[in-house]
Design a protein around this ligand. Structure first.
Ligand SMILES: Cc1cc2nc3c(=O)[nH]c(=O)nc-3n(C[C@H](O)[C@H](O)[C@H](O)COP(=O)(O)OP(=O)(O)OC[C@H]3O[C@@H](n4cnc5c(N)ncnc54)[C@H](O)[C@@H]3O)c2cc1C
Length: 280
């Protein structure tokens, strides 16, 4: 199928993009990489009157050091995140995710900001934002505002970003040197969205794991961070106890392929493997 007819505009500045969106409201969509939006339009699941193509806004592109961390511009392609030396050296968790994100063609077109704006519960970048205490920077005609990742993901494709706000970048605080990161997931085919996934990060000091971060994705309507699981791993609690914390913290719904119980089981298996890798 082909998309229903729409008007197309390519603004030259962030101010112009935001002004256009505020003028047209719910009948307009920002267009970034188009890897998620265009299939939805082609299946006629959405029929906006206007597409506001933000690909001309070069200031939204690129990875940079911010002094106290790393900034990733909204228009940075997944493939650019993969190649970035800053990401490789400072945000190892993101590098671990790259092989799991779709296929090379989609990684060339899809953008970091598009993924965080869309907030698919099985996507890797939103889970990274939650694991690493990122701040999401949003722009409207009133100016910029920052939202902590823990307050940003509200539900299925639902975020604290209001209808017209443009996501302009994501800011990551510095990660301690020597921190190890693992990203594991199970998908029906390589490159598909995860049925269940886990991100885990910690610093190994002797036999102890410190500053443990664990985020599950694909198992709920949003990425899930469980402090009881992180604490259990840091304290070296037996896996059975940590599994109880998972049971208490998540309650996945059945979907057309898997039962909720299967997803919970997969989350436990993946976490066990991730912790083993962190301890090596
Ligand atoms: C076959 C296939 C497999 C995939 N597998 C995975 C996977 O395994 N993991 C994964 O994470 N993703 C996967 N994706 C999705 C891919 O990563 C998309 O690139 C991403 O979700 C959306 O980014 P985009 O730049 O293409 O956004 P678009 O498709 O352009 O936009 C998506 C939505 O976000 C809005 N939007 C985009 N940018 C902004 C912004 N800066 N501010 C405000 N709103 C904005 C748009 O209006 C639209 O509603 C897959 C996609 C396909 C087609």
């Amino acid at each position: 199928m082909k998309a229903a007819p729409f008007l197309y505009v390519k603004p030259k500045s962030i101010d112009e993009a935001v002004a256009l969106k505020e003028r047209h409201g719910a009948s307009a969509r920002y267009l970034a990489g188009g890897q998620s939006l265009m299939p939805v339009l082609n299946f006629r699941l959405d029929r906006p009157d206007l597409l506001i193509d933000i690909n001309g806004l070069s200031e939204l592109r690129g990875v940079s050091n911010s002094g106290s961390g790393v900034k990733i511009g909204a228009l940075t392609r997944h493939a650019e995140v993969a190649k970035s030396e800053i990401v490789k050296s400072q945000l190892a968790l993101l590098s671990e995710c790259i092989p799991h994100i779709a296929h090379p063609a989609i990684r060339s077109g899809g953008t970091f900001g598009g993924s965080v704006a869309l907030a698919d519960p099985a996507a890797e970048w939103p889970a990274c934002c939650l694991a690493l205490d990122a701040r999401i920077v949003l722009r409207s005609s009133k100016g910029e505002r920052r939202v902590e990742a823990k307050d940003y993901f509200l539900g299925l494709y639902d975020t604290a970003r209001t209808e017209n706000e443009l996501l302009i970048r994501v800011e990551f605080p510095a990660v301690a040197a020597g921190t190890k990161a693992v990203a594991l997931e199970l998908a029906r085919r390589r490159g598909d969205f995860a049925i269940a996934g886990v991100l885990a990060q910690a610093k190994k000091t002797g036999v102890r794991l410190e500053n443990v971060r664990v985020v599950f994705f694909g198992i709920s309507d949003r990425p899930v961070r469980l402090s009881a699981v992180e604490q259990g791993i840091a304290e070296g609690q037996p896996m059975e106890t940590i599994h109880q914390a998972i049971d208490a913290g998540i309650n996945p719904d059945d979907d057309i392929y898997q039962s909720g119980a299967t997803k919970t089981h997969l989350a436990k298996v993946l976490l066990g493997r991730a912790v083993e890798q962190l301890r090596q």
